[in-house]
Design a protein around this ligand. Structure first.
Ligand code: NOJ
Ligand code: CA
Length: 688
């Protein structure tokens, strides 16, 4: 037995790493001497080769301390502080094979990361990973916020249960998912837990390269999780790695309040620094889109009108009319230009949509250069330029990455030629070829390839149906945002009632810990009865406003139809908040929050220095208190608060709002009544 102990810079987190009497590595984690992870084994199983688990010895160990301050080109905060203590254990088999494996632990004050490294060695060059044997032995039956471990989708609701009650299997066969594969009782990450002692933990990974995404297998009775990597039917294994190789970091965020999890930059600090330098071609922005109108069934993506999501999903109402026409695009451009919205996304502009959903072989269906005949690409682009609106490209790959890789280079040149700088990509459907999965190694490599090729051409990527964010935006700041959750679109067509009022109060403490979210907030016409009687958004209008602050993304959609932002023929008074709210932040402070119940976040805009506060509640009404001590001492501020109207309710009266003007200082405290499913949004500017 040999044991090594390491502490975080302020000494609150300690890790012990050692070898069992059989020579198998293990680690344990404590926070202020409270056990977080009980001794848990580490190792690997391979195809056609013996496992690396036992008979190891420590041949060398090194520790070092590291501190750094760095700046985000865009982000939730400008300045980031990083400080960790590191332990590297060099292990070697005592058996004949004498294979080598290193374990690297980094301890920060807000959590830990650890990874495996296989150094260059004579005997081994390529390994087929059958299982990464990383255990997480929990110290209790924590209360968990989780979603099923799905190899193909993160578009599930989050559930709150005791750890021992996690049941992913019962969530198979989701009616609204085109691709979903839940092979066993496991969870996707980030998965967040609250211990009985009031500590908050979140498990995920950082810096994923050339390796599958993680799910965590649940051993309910044993209060234990083990890595269950997303596999590949082609490999008949989970991953194929070339030595030298290192895994992503396995991460555990540890905090004394739920809000501290949101403020923690652990994942970013475990990624390598920016290798692209400044990327002046991308500026954070709000954007509108020819988008929601297809989801609610007002119009269609394809010109023939056969493939709209409404007919596809419930088969009742059939939308007619192509959304992406020249005329409609010009209308959206005018709306954006007149109302201070910088970008416009147009979906359904290119050929292929008439085939994609029903086509079993989606290879070669989409064309990323050819517009439909009723969409005058040049005219739209010229008009957008004239009116100062930035066009955003859309590439729905229909999960046929080989077709995309063939066309991508030319398609990138095409959009750059037309003055565009960013692409929303999409991967709806089962991955072609069959046997690969959205979160497997093959797709991780595809997403990375797209990112790198885009970076060469100065293009920013916002991927839908992506691999989960692991903080790579630090290294590749052209990875601006992504979906990877049950977005707003589910409210438009899901047959299971859409996203419940507490959806984002869970997302904020789980999915959002991974990175920016293209959730597409901003629905004002909550019931859209004109189009879909059976569906609605399950929040109030003010909750939608709050999402511009609560959810972090450097691209925030203003997703409703232009005509829905009018009240009495004029721009809706609450639209002022959307116009004003920042998208790029100097700093972020989580003021309050309880997982699944409510969250209140304050963010200060870069350059202007103005503050914005967003607060949301679940299905319960409540009073949320904002303490303004984050403001500068001695300064007077003008505050405008957009709040739920007196009888507002997410279902019974969702669009009722009131606007209140006040003056505040850093000693002010205000109680805000929040409706069931409600929220509030504040803009705060210095009184000059
Ligand atoms: C799913 C995406 O999440 C959504 O935003 C998009 O409109 C459709 N796919 C079509 O590409
Ligand atoms: Ca989606």
């Amino acid at each position: 037995m040999s044991e090594h102990t390491l502490s975080s810079p302020n000494g609150t987190i300690t890790v012990q790493v050692g070898l069992t009497s059989e020579g198998q590595p293990f680690y344990s984690v404590a926070f202020r001497s409270q056990s977080i992870i009980k001794p848990s084994l580490l190792g690997f199983e391979f195809k056609d080769r013996p496992a690396i688990k036992e008979n190891l010895e420590v041949i060398d160990s090194k520790t070092r301390s590291f501190r750094e301050d760095w700046e985000m080109p865009w982000g939730e905060q400008r300045k980031v502080h990083s400080a960790y203590n590191e332990l590297v254990l060099h292990l070697k088999e005592q058996t004949q094979a004498k294979r080598k494996m290193d374990l690297i632990f980094r301890l920060f004050d807000d959590g830990i990361g650890f990874r495996y490294r296989f150094p260059e060695q004579a005997a081994t060059d390529e390994l087929l990973v059958v299982e990464e044997v990383t255990e997480f032995n929990l110290s209790g039956d924590h209360s968990c916020c989780w979603q099923p471990g799905d190899w193909d989708s993160y578009e599930h609701l989050y559930h709150q249960t005791a750890f021992s009650e996690i049941d992913a299997i019962s969530l198979r066969n989701h009616p609204n998912l085109k691709s979903s594969y839940i092979p066993e009782n496991a969870v996707n990450t980030p998965v967040t837990m609250e211990t009985k002692q009031g500590l908050f933990l979140s498990f995920h990974e950082a810096a994923i390269y050339d390796y599958p995404g993680i799910t965590l297998r649940i051993h309910g009775d044993e209060l234990k999780m083990t890595t269950a990597l997303v596999g590949s039917d082609r490999l008949k294994a989970r991953a194929k790695v070339q030595i030298p190789f290192q895994t992503p970091w396995r991460t555990i965020q540890i905090a004394e309040s739920a809000g501290d999890l949101i403020e923690s930059p652990l994942l970013l600090n475990l990624n390598e620094p920016n290798i692209l330098g400044n990327i002046p071609y991308f500026q954070p922005m709000k954007y509108i889109g020819i988008w929601w109108e297809m989801h609610i069934g007002k119009s269609t993506w394809d010109i023939a009108g056969s493939q709209d999501m409404s007919t596809f999903i419930d088969g009742k109402k059939k939308a007619t009319g192509h959304g992406a026409t020249t005329e409609n695009a010009l209308r959206y451009i005018d709306f954006a230009a007149d109302n201070g919205i910088k970008g416009l996304l147009v979906e359904g502009w290119n050929t292929g949509w008439e085939q994609w959903i029903h086509s079993t072989d989606r290879e070669g269906v989409f064309d990323f250069m050819t517009p439909y005949p009723d969409y005058d690409f040049d005219k739209v682009v010229a008009y957008a330029r004239k009116r100062g609106v930035e066009m955003i490209m859309h590439h729905e790959t229909s999960a046929a990455p080989r077709t995309y890789e063939k066309q991508m280079h030319e398609a990138f040149d095409f959009l750059k030629k037309h003055g565009m700088n960013s692409v929303k990509t999409g991967y709806v459907g089962k991955i072609i070829p069959t046997g690969e999965y959205h979160h497997g190694q093959w797709m991780v490599n595809h997403y990375q390839y797209v990112l790198e090729e885009a970076a060469k051409k100065q293009i920013a990527i916002n991927a839908h149906e992506p691999i989960m964010d692991t903080g790579k935006r630090r290294t590749y700041p052209n990875a601006i945002s992504r979906e990877g959750l049950r977005g707003q679109e589910f409210n438009a067509w899901a047959t299971d009632g859409g996203n419940p009022p507490d959806h984002i109060a869970k997302i904020a403490f789980t999915r959002m810990l991974a990175g920016p979210i293209d959730f597409t907030p901003g629905v004002f016409n909550i019931k859209f009865n004109e189009y879909k009687k059976g569906n609605q958004v399950n929040t109030t209008l003010c909750h939608q406003l709050a999402l511009y602050v609560v959810i972090y993304s450097p691209v925030q959609m203003v997703c409703d139809l232009p005509e829905h932002y009018l009240e009495g023929g004029k721009i809706h008074p609450a639209f002022q908040f959307i116009k004003e709210v920042g998208v790029d932040w100097e700093q972020t402070k989580v003021l309050d929050g309880k997982i699944g119940d409510y969250v209140v976040i304050a963010r200060q805009e870069r350059i202007s220095g103005n503050w914005f506060v967003g607060g949301i509640s679940d299905e319960n009404e409540r009073t949320l208190t904002v303490d303004f001590s984050f403001l500068n001492k001695g300064e007077m501020y003008l505050l405008r608060s957009y709040q739920d109207g007196e009888n507002a309710h997410w279902d019974l009266n969702p669009e009722s709002y009131t606007i209140i003007d006040l003056e505040v200082t850093n000693t002010s405290q205000i109680d805000i009544p929040v409706a069931a499913g409600g929220g509030f949004a504040m803009s705060i500017m210095p009184k000059s």
